[in-house]
Design a protein around this ligand. Structure first.
Ligand code: CAA
Length: 434
């Protein structure tokens, strides 16, 4: 009998910007019934990146916290892949900046993967394949980070689905968080224009209904392909996780799979829980952070996984999750894995609940000013020493000087000096208040 090496996610941590806009605030400005946002889309708040935060600083912060929380030696990283829709340079990858900020070894292959929201999954799948071929021999692990700022035009129907954040994962052997099932891949690719962002724009263009149709088509195709390649069926999954552009989309996806299962079982529907009961049991526990953060594109599926792990604790260990990833353009993939074996591996280390507890609410004007200031920061010459830093912390984007992005790294924090970091946090908070 052929045996497969046990490969998967050994550690997972999230970074979520501190600032948020309540969708109640947005509803007042847009004149939309807040219930449309809360129930129609399933979102309550959106995380907003501060002007000195970008996909690089968020990725570095997520990975820095991951190393600290799980006590991982950065020298063991032999591959760094960053999945992102929102690259900061046409040539230099986010991974390259992050490699420097984290002080990783030069013996580390470093690059980005881009395919809208699929970039994080491309990175994860590639990292697990890499580990099977190389990592098992060298003892090295892969660092995978999904990081994005989701931006749509002000006043557009997509604006309430915005979000920002990063998820960092270590991928390697004997995984303690999620062992990936070793079945052949189930993917779907089609050249479509459902969501895109030309180089000259900061905000994405989307055909909302087309994007929903493409998402569901990719799900139907990959579900069927995975059923065939793995032999797994509906009853084999304790949890079903989806790419979450907004939580209601996960409901639509679940609904489609449930309807399909109804057809498979015939009129009696023998043993199949009702749509609502099945959704509450299998998917809803994985959506609470997404509802508070919004779409983080490449990281949204993994934010959903983080939600489930944090909420589920020992209750989810040993269970099987099916995961569907979707990137517009488009590429979809369905895969699965087993959580655990023990929740002690991740308890207190993911950071989502902690991030929810120390948030700062923006009013609508502040939200607009963050957007404007963020755009100004990407112009050459925007760099100014002592620039106001709404977000204190370990990594800060300070603007562009001589065509180069300038980042500040609080080196002392790399020695895990949390007290110093917290002191800076309070002092900067006080400055914003002035
Ligand atoms: N109370 C409760 N619900 C209400 C309501 C009210 N007062 N008013 C409206 N609703 C409901 C509607 O019935 C609808 O629900 P259903 O979809 O279940 O019918 C829901 O709120 C949305 O309302 P609309 O149909 O009027 O849609 P909209 O014009 O607000 O646009 C959207 C919604 C298309 C998702 C838009 O937000 C958008 O374009 N988002 C970005 C694109 C996107 O996320 N696509 C998802 C698939 S692509 C992908 O996943 C990749 C990615 O990350 C971008």
């Amino acid at each position: 009998m052929q045996t497969h090496p046990r490969i998967g996610i050994k550690a997972i941590s999230v970074y979520i910007p501190r600032h948020f806009l309540s969708l109640d605030t947005l509803a007042v400005v847009t004149g939309v019934d807040p219930a449309k946002y809360h129930l129609g889309l399933g979102i309550r708040r959106m995380a907003v990146a501060a002007p000195n935060e970008d996909p690089v600083t968020m990725a570095a912060a997520a990975a820095h916290d991951l190393f600290a929380r799980y006590d991982i030696d950065a020298a063991t990283v032999g591959l760094l892949v960053v999945g992102s829709e929102s690259g900061v340079d046409a040539a230099k990858p986010i991974a390259s900046f992050v490699h420097g900020m984290l002080g990783l070894s030069p013996d580390c292959r470093t690059f980005d993967t881009t395919h809208a929201c699929y970039g994080g999954t491309a990175a994860l799948r590639l990292a697990s394949d890499w580990h099977a071929v190389r990592g098992t021999r060298t003892g090295k692990v892969a660092l995978v980070i999904a990081t994005d700022v989701a931006r749509y035009p002000v006043g557009s129907a997509a604006e309430p689905t915005q979000g920002a954040g990063a998820v960092a994962m270590v991928v390697g052997g004997d995984p303690e968080v999620m062992e990936l099932d070793p079945f052949p891949e189930a993917v779907y690719t089609k050249d479509v224009m459902d969501f895109w962002r030309p180089h000259y724009r900061r905000e994405a263009i989307v055909d909302g209904q087309v994007s929903i149709d493409c998402y569901l088509r990719a799900l139907g195709h990959t579900w069927a392909a995975y059923e065939q390649s793995s032999g797994l069926c509906w009853d084999d999954y304790d949890y079903l996780l989806f790419h979450v552009p907004f939580p209601k989309m996960a409901y639509k996806a679940f609904h489609m799979l449930h309807q399909r299962e109804v057809l498979v079982r015939g009129a009696s529907g023998a043993g199949l829980a009702s749509l609502e009961d099945a959704f509450i049991a299998r998917t809803q526990p994985a959506l609470w952070v997404n509802a508070e953060v919004g779409n983080i594109y490449s990281g949204s599926l993994y934010l959903s996984l983080a939600s489930l792990l944090e909420a589920g604790g020992p209750g989810v260990q040993g269970s099987r999750a099916g995961l569907f990833s979707y990137g517009s353009g488009c590429c979809g993939e369905f895969f699965s894995g087993r959580l655990g074996p023990r929740s002690t591996a991740w308890e207190g280390k993911i950071g989502a609940r902690e991030a929810m507890e120390s948030r700062i609410e923006l009013d609508y004007e502040q939200y607009l000013e963050f957007r404007r200031a963020g755009a100004r920061m990407t112009l050459d010459g925007s760099f100014a020493a002592g620039v106001a830093r709404p977000v204190p912390g370990r990594f800060s984007f300070d603007g562009i000087r001589d065509h180069q992005r300038v980042y500040t790294t609080a080196q002392e924090d790399l020695g895990r000096d949390w007290a110093a970091s917290d002191a800076r946090a309070s002092s900067a908070k006080a400055q914003i208040g002035k």
